[in-house]
Ligand binder design. Structure first.
Ligand code: B12
Ligand code: SF4
Length: 652
């Protein structure tokens, strides 16, 4: 097989030896386009069986039919980069070919494409469109598909980013390094059950990579077992939490950081801040047995965390991250405190036989994880497992012979390794059996969630702690919102007795919901039938284009002249410093205010305006302040003079 990690991972940017400057420097005002691969993707469009736009429906609740919660996930890294470069940028999430071409015709200087291995073919298609419709653009590849070596990727790229993308892109554009924490774009995901919007989740990008180094793990080895803190402290994370709460104080949140609780200082500080604020939170985080064992479940709830993803893997897998509380105690304990658990099991370890897999699955299901995932042990370039399989000559010959077929199948649902005792098809069949059994035995995951929330309510509704009582009240309200589920689960779910019993118990303990959810219960079977129809006929299963723009408007906040007012921007650790010199008048005050509003739109940044002595009259400063009044908690204006406008502050 040709696929291997490049000997020299890193950018392909060329440096001229004499000057240290880039030989292929950009135009002075570069325009950046960042895009995911084009839709449509999915098995009906030639992709591997689980490939799609959704982690739940594609990979976790895939066997749960109408009960599968639906939420589109995006290529978040693109918006994250766009929010943190200085150049104007457009981000396209899942464009059609036509939508991508339309954007390419605007002649961007750089086109960044993010892709995973399974999307290799789609990356090639996108690159072909760029070459045809924006031939002068430099193509930058990023994302985890770049585990492939330079020789494989060179025909499709001018630059390759194999690591943290903000620092990479800024350096490519000759922009000065930006200190962390970076600005945090606000990314909201809608979640639907039976086609009805139920919840909104704000995504928090707290870190990249993981030091645990499990032998199969792409992300851990991609970042060479380092953990990069995108949000270095608990205060930084909480600041993003508060920005989401400003949008909606009941919003759920998900922290993207591989083993979030491992960095204890951040979690401990977050707990202090969560308790101090007192708003009951609902945060989902990735974790390991090792990290979870260092906290009591109550501490997790007090940190705002009421959902975790933790690997069950295999009973004899022996990963160091499994050291700590036995998982057969940990999962039920977490559930008994109201913490939902998404757990994943691996199939295809060398010691596995069908009997052993069934035994492990039985034990796994008896722990009643709220969500269960079953993936086939698969080798990704750059991981020790990949190296071992290469060394032992155990790639399935048809994959070895055809690298693109191998990439296409890197989805955790295809067996790619010659197993000591099991055939590939046998492992794949066992995987289907696991998903089906999980649904049949434990019922719909959304019903399991309600059961866990009820456990949380029972434990904490009369707690001495005001925070925990408030959290119990939130669980109660969420259970009531989910009430229509019972009717459908009793009528057409795999575990009608469980649904009926749970409904009865909950009604006895916390009472039935108000009129709204009861009316919705009557309509729920209809909504569920419609959902079934759309699934069967593959209707409305693809997202529409999401197009986000950054600093593309004329009012974007930039260094330069606004009439006689000189504006210079400097980024400090937590905010943007806007220094003003020269002469401010009414027109420049209005344009500056528009720029600041655009700068603060849809992110968590804040702005400090410093006005040099003699630059502005009090009435112009007042106008600026009035224009920014709705953002007063994120903007401050101070003057450097000792005169009449001294220390003028927004909040004053
Ligand atoms: C969100 C997510 C998804 C979403 C969105 C996918 C997407 N299109 O991006 C959904 C649910 C759709 C998804 C699906 C799949 N995923 Co997925 N997913 C993730 C997850 C959990 C988070 C990625 C993320 O957004 N992180 C937050 C951002 C800020 O970080 P980031 O992506 O790393 O981006 C930074 C750098 O990598 C870099 N960067 C990224 N892109 C680019 C682009 C450019 C131009 C540049 C310069 C830099 C750059 O800069 C960013 C900022 O520093 C990762 C695991 C992980 N924890 O990272 C797996 C992961 C990316 N997925 C993976 C896989 C295998 C899949 C599936 C094949 C699973 C399946 N069974 O079907 C499918 C493929 C379908 C698809 N559409 O991609 C693998 C990829 C392995 C590989 N080598 O290709 C990962 C690494 C999980 C794993 N540990 O194996 N996934
Ligand atoms: S704990 Fe999870 S993220 Fe960390 S190396 Fe293991 S599998 Fe990867």
């Amino acid at each position: 097989m040709e696929t291997k990690l490049g000997a020299v991972p890193g950018p392909l940017v060329k440096l001229t030896p004499e000057s240290g400057k880039r030989a292929d420097g950009p135009s002075h005002n570069p325009k950046v386009l960042l895009t995911s691969v084009c839709r449509p993707i999915g098995p009906a469009h030639g992709d591997a069986p689980s490939v799609g736009y959704e982690v739940l429906h594609g990979q976790i609740t895939r066997a749960q039919g109408i009960f599968s919660p639906r939420s589109t996930n995006f290529t978040y890294g693109l918006d994250y980069i766009a929010a943190n470069i200085d150049a104007p940028a457009v981000v396209l999430q899942y464009p059609s070919h036509r939508e991508l071409i339309r954007e390419l015709k605007k002649a961007p200087d750089y086109v960044g494409i993010s892709f995973n291995l399974v999307l290799f073919q789609h990356m090639k298609e996108a690159v072909a469109l760029v070459r045809k419709h924006a031939p002068r653009a430099k193509i930058v590849l990023g994302g985890y598909g770049t585990v492939l070596d330079d020789a494989t990727l060179a025909p499709y790229s001018d630059h390759i980013c194999r690591g943290e993308g903000v620092a990479f892109f800024r350096s490519l554009l000759h922009e000065p390094p930006r200190p962390k924490p970076y600005d945090h774009p606000l990314v909201l995901l809608d979640l639907k059950v039976f086609s009805i919007p139920m919840d909104r989740t704000g995504v928090i990008f707290a870190g990249l990579g993981c030091p645990n180094g499990c032998d199969f793990c792409c992300t851990s080895h991609y970042f060479k077992r380092h953990h990069i803190r995108l949000l270095p402290t608990g205060d930084d994370i909480f600041r993003v939490v508060e920005r989401y709460l400003e949008v909606d104080d009941r919003m759920s949140m998900a922290i993207l950081d591989e083993d979030f609780l491992l960095a204890k200082d951040r979690a401990v500080r977050m707990r202090e801040l969560v308790l101090k604020r007192g708003t009951p939170l609902s945060i989902f985080a990735f974790a390991s047995v090792k990290a979870l064992s260092r906290y009591t479940p109550q501490e997790l709830i007090e940190t705002g965390i009421d959902g975790v993803w933790v690997g069950f893997e295999g009973k004899r897998s022996g990963y160091s991250k499994q050291a700590g509380k036995p998982i057969e105690e940990l999962i039920p304990e977490l559930r008994s405190h109201g913490i939902t658990v998404l757990s994943s099991m691996i199939l295809g370890f060398d010691y596995h036989t069908p009997e052993i897999i069934r035994e492990e699955m039985k034990e796994f299901l008896s722990l009643k994880p709220t969500y269960g995932q079953f993936l086939i042990y698969g080798p990704t370039p750059g991981t020790p497992f990949y190296d071992r399989i290469k060394q032992e000559g155990r790639f399935r010959p048809e994959m070895e012979a055809d690298p693109e077929r191998y990439y296409h199948n890197c989805d955790g649902f295809s067996s790619m390794v010659v197993h000591p005792t099991m055939k590939g098809e046998e492992i794949e069949a066992m995987q289907r059996e696991c998903f089906d059994t999980d649904f049949r035995v434990n019922g719909p995951s959304i019903l399991r969630s309600v059961e866990v929330w009820f456990q949380g309510w029972k434990r904490y509704h009369d707690s001495d702690s005001p925070y925990l009582r408030a959290k119990a009240q939130r669980w109660k309200e969420e259970i009531h919102i989910a009430w229509p589920l019972f009717r459908v689960a009793k009528q057409s779910g795999p575990t009608p007795e469980f649904a009926a019993q749970l409904e009865k118990e909950i009604e006895a303990a916390i009472g039935a919901p108000s009129l709204g959810p009861r009316v919705r219960s009557l309509l729920a079977p209809l909504a569920a039938a419609w959902t079934g129809f759309t699934l069967r006929h593959d209707l409305f299963q693809h997202p529409k284009l999401v197009r986000n723009t950054y600093r593309t408007t004329p009012s974007a906040l930039r260094s330069g002249q606004l009439g006689s007012l000189r504006v210079s921007l400097e980024r400090a650790l937590h905010s943007t410093l806007v220094k003003l010199e020269g002469v401010m008048d009414r027109a420049s005050a209005l344009r500056l205010a528009a720029g600041i509003r655009a700068h603060l739109y849809n992110n968590d940044a804040d702005v400090k305006v410093v006005v040099a002595e003699g630059t502005a009259k009090p009435q112009d400063l007042r106008l600026l302040a009035e224009e920014l009044a709705s953002l007063r908690h994120r903007v401050s204006i101070t003057t450097t003079s000792g005169s009449e406008a001294d220390n003028f502050r927004m909040s004053a």
